[in-house]
Design a protein around this ligand. Structure first.
Ligand SMILES: *Cc1c(COP(=O)(O)O)cnc(C)c1O
Length: 347
């Protein structure tokens, strides 16, 4: 057994996956009397492809990795949950996470009865390299990193991340939901080098398909085969496979460039408002902004139809709102309402 196999839960290692009718039959379409479906067309009377072959081929071309290194899930959330179910024995194993970061890691851990070791980020949300290594013990199976990180917005140095992947004794799950917006790019091309690396990406942000629920994981063919075995057989609906396949014909580079441009515009404009204490540098499509009265400003914006995320009760985010970059017109509106807020507080 190699070092990665040893990290897998014994019951999962021993698992023999459910084989669907559509797994067993491979060939040209004929008369399907194998899956107890309705023979009458509704557009959706057939089960979808459990391996998502056509969509994976398109994702493979887009992302430059073979299909055997790609998992598609019902959002990134499915891949996050699968990490716990595959690697962590409930009530026994643990996962290391950075704080502040995406809340779903701890939620999925809790659901799976896996304890979480939170390691606070350093000054200006720096990667706590040594503390992350020190947090691991013999029962640590997973380390969750998020770069660019949510809600801080910063991407970590890729060389530091690689060093951590090499040094960490468990699986490193690197969530790159916002990598398309970052000049630091993605580490998914390193998947062939590091057998303990799982990179998560999503079609929910840069690709504008949050409503479809489609996430990706990139990892060794061994880890992908475990994920395929443990997932629900038909985890991606036919509607989602078809819609995503079609949407991926259209590049998103221009939209991403516009969002990055608008991000820089907002981060240049916001510090001139006296109630803005700090705009954190962002490699993502949102800004973490520290203001004089986060609750008050949150409510003021809400009353005028602008909904932002109040992160002021999150660790190390005191006084902070998280503002997603919108269209140029939406951002204009935001800045105008902030100017009104300023005036109304000068009285
Ligand atoms: C938005 C986001 C995701 C995306 O989740 P989906 O389930 O794919 O929509 C993943 N990770 C982080 C950190 C996010 O902020």
């Amino acid at each position: 057994m190699n070092s990665i196999e040893k990290l897998v839960r014994p019951n999962v290692r021993a698992l023999c996956p459910y084989s669907t009718a559509r797994d067993e039959y491979q060939g040209t379409p004929g008369i399907f009397l194998d899956a107890n479906e309705s023979p009458y067309p509704t557009g959706f009377n057939r089960y979808p492809d459990p391996r998502q072959k056509a969509l994976k081929a398109r994702v493979s071309a887009l992302k430059g990795l073979p299909a055997e290194n790609i998992f598609l899930g019902n959002g990134s959330d499915e891949a996050i949950d699968l990490m716990f179910r595959i690697f962590c024995t409930p009530g026994q194993d643990n996962a290391v996470v950075i704080a502040p970061s995406y809340g779903m890691y701890a939620v999925a851990a809790g659901i799976n009865d896996v304890s979480v070791r939170e390691v606070p980020l350093g000054q200006d949300f720096a990667l706590p390299y040594e503390a992350l290594l020190q947090a691991a013990d013999a029962h640590t199976k997973l380390l969750f990193l998020c770069s660019p990180n949510n809600p801080s917005g910063n991407a970590f140095d890729p060389l530091r991340l690689e060093a951590l992947i090499k040094a960490f004794p468990g699986i490193v799950v690197l969530d790159e939901a916002y990598a398309d917006f970052s000049a630091k790019g993605s580490l998914r091309a390193k998947v062939p080098e590091y057998p303990n690396l799982v990179v998560l990406q999503t079609f929910s942000k840069a690709y504008g398909m949050a409503g479809l629920r489609l996430g990706m994981a990139f990892a060794s063919s061994y880890i992908i085969s475990l994920m395929s075995m443990v997932k629900y057989p038909y985890n991606i609906s036919q509607a989602t496979q078809d819609a995503a396949f079609k949407a991926l014909e259209t590049p998103v580079d221009e939209a991403v460039r516009e969002i990055v441009f608008q991000r820089e515009r907002l981060s240049a404009a916001l510090p001139s408002y006296p109630f803005v204490r700090k705009v954190y540098p962002s490699d993502a499509n949102f800004l973490l902004v520290q203001v004089a009265d986060a609750d008050g400003l949150y409510q003021y914006l809400l009353d005028r139809g602008i909904i932002v995320r109040n992160r002021s009760r999150v660790r190390n985010c005191g006084g902070c709102l998280r503002i997603t970059v919108g269209t140029p017109e939406e951002n204009d509106k935001l800045l105008a309402i902030l100017a009104d807020y300023e005036k109304s507080h000068l009285r």
